[in-house]
Ligand binder design. Structure first.
Ligand SMILES: [Fe+2]
Length: 458
């Protein structure tokens, strides 16, 4: 019998049960961060080549990787979706419109289209997942929490995707510093389905923000079957394992994580390389020799100058990899390429990346270059004001903590009173946010403020 809707009542235009079911499997994999969804989408397309949605799902998956080199692939999948012989439903047309915005870099508009769609179809998991992902990329903590909250009561708890929606909610709560509620929601999701990586991840972030590095490492070990099974998200969770080791000041352990799970043998996507750069930079700040690792990372990162300026968050990490490799000239060249795009044409000004790149990304990169050149006073005073707006870069609080750690390292090596005062203020903030970890005590010592950290850890 011809299907008229997916398993949650959302209208579909396919005439094939096999195609609908394959797209359903792909949707479940999308929410599980399982890259094998592409094979399911190929199966859906084979069963009904004229159905737009599986092509659109391929486009959305590729766009979400934020890899400028893959934009051509996304455009081809979108063109195939528009070439479909079957008339899309209004819901499917809305997805195509959102993805067209996304492909042109208009990420805010894409999320607004999905918001409208969810008002009528609150169980459209595709809209929810994609909008959540783009909230993450564009640093919209409000919608990370509010959008899943707006739809959650409309879902049947028996729906196999419900734990995934609960996990989205948990992550949004965490990014709004509602740690107890976040951990509760994530644990409820995992009680319903132990294999929900986003729920595992939400708890990881809670533990990271609360300085529970031993709990976090144990949690990831406990839930390893949910996240090591050959999908792209495993690299990010290994990055989190590395962060917990870093908090314990186990730098040798972090290097082993990099070698085994964040080296070129493993890295496939821009987002994975961003994590590798972030971990290596943190080690660099601690004085660990990572030049060779950074050189390998840069060598394996397929980037052309024209790729600069796609996403400021990623661009900063490209710069960090080059600085970590002690290639300051290469970093400055990359910065200039990013600036040309961020300060360039009116077309680029319509992109969501434009303002964050101009207002945060570029000045941050200039401060990082000053740091690499050993001008720690200039680095501290250049980077410090950006803390207030850094969320616009996207990513998580844990990822952007790299900015604070750079400031702590800069202040520790600076000589001016303003830079030293920044270091003291950041340390105060850190000590109130979480117990004094070995990493925080290290920065306290470097700043000559060890007695504060000792008092907090007593
Ligand atoms: Fe994370």
């Amino acid at each position: 019998m011809r299907p008229s809707s997916d398993e949650r009542g959302n209208p579909v235009s396919t005439t094939s049960v096999a195609a609908r079911d394959a797209a359903e499997r792909a949707l479940a994999r999308l929410m599980s961060f399982d890259d094998a969804l592409l094979a399911d989408l190929d199966a859906a397309i084979a069963a009904d080549p004229g159905w737009a949605l599986p092509h659109a799902m391929k486009a959305g998956f590729v766009l979400g990787l934020t890899d400028p080199a893959r934009l051509g692939d996304a455009a081809r999948h979108l063109a195939a979706a528009h070439d479909g012989t079957r008339e899309p439903t209004p819901r499917e047309r809305a997805h195509l419109a959102a993805l067209a915005h996304g492909a042109e870099g208009r990420w805010h508009q894409a999320c607004r289209v999905w918001d409208e769609l969810l008002l009528e179809h609150p169980r459209d998991a595709l809209a929810l997942q994609w909008a959540h992902q783009w909230d993450f990329h564009r640093g919209d903590a409000h919608h990370l929490r509010a959008r899943p909250a707006r739809v959650l009561p409309e879902w049947d708890e028996a729906d196999p995707l419900y734990p995934h929606v609960l996990a989205l909610h948990a992550f949004g709560l965490e990014e709004n510093h509602l740690y107890a509620a976040a951990e509760d929601a994530a644990r409820r999701a995992l009680a319903l389905d132990a294999r929900v990586p986003w729920a595992v991840h939400a708890v990881v972030h809670v533990m990271e923000m609360q300085g529970r590095f031993e709990d976090g490492a144990a949690w990831l070990r406990q839930h390893q079957p949910a996240w090591t099974d050959g999908h792209g998200f495993a690299t990010h969770l290994w990055w989190h394992v590395g962060l917990f080791r870093l908090e314990a000041l186990d730098t040798a352990g972090v290097l082993r994580i990099v070698d085994a799970h964040l080296s070129n043998d493993v890295l496939r996507t821009t987002l994975q390389r961003v994590d590798a750069a972030a971990l290596l930079w943190r080690l660099h700040l601690l004085g660990v020799e990572v030049d060779g690792c950074c050189r390998d990372l840069v060598a394996g990162w397929p980037l052309a100058d024209a790729d600069a300026g796609h996403h400021a968050f990623n661009d900063v990490h490209v710069l960090l990899a080059r600085l970590g490799a002690r290639d300051v000239a290469g970093a400055e060249h990359w910065l200039a390429c990013c600036a040309a795009r961020a300060l360039g044409s009116a077309d680029d000004a319509a992109r969501a990346n434009h303002a964050p790149a101009r207002d945060v990304g570029l000045p941050l990169m200039r401060g990082l270059v000053a740091f690499a050149r050993g001008d720690f006073d200039a680095a501290a005073t250049a980077i410090h004001p950006l803390r207030a707006t850094a969320q616009a870069l996207g990513g998580t609080h844990a990822q952007r903590d790299l900015i604070d750690q750079t400031l702590l390292a800069a202040a520790a090596q600076a000589t001016s009173r303003p830079a030293k005062a920044i270091g003291r203020a950041l340390l105060n903030e850190r000590l109130l946010a979480k117990p004094a970890t070995p990493l925080t005590r290290h920065w306290a010592q470097q700043l000559g403020l060890a007695e504060r950290a000792l008092a907090r850890s007593a």
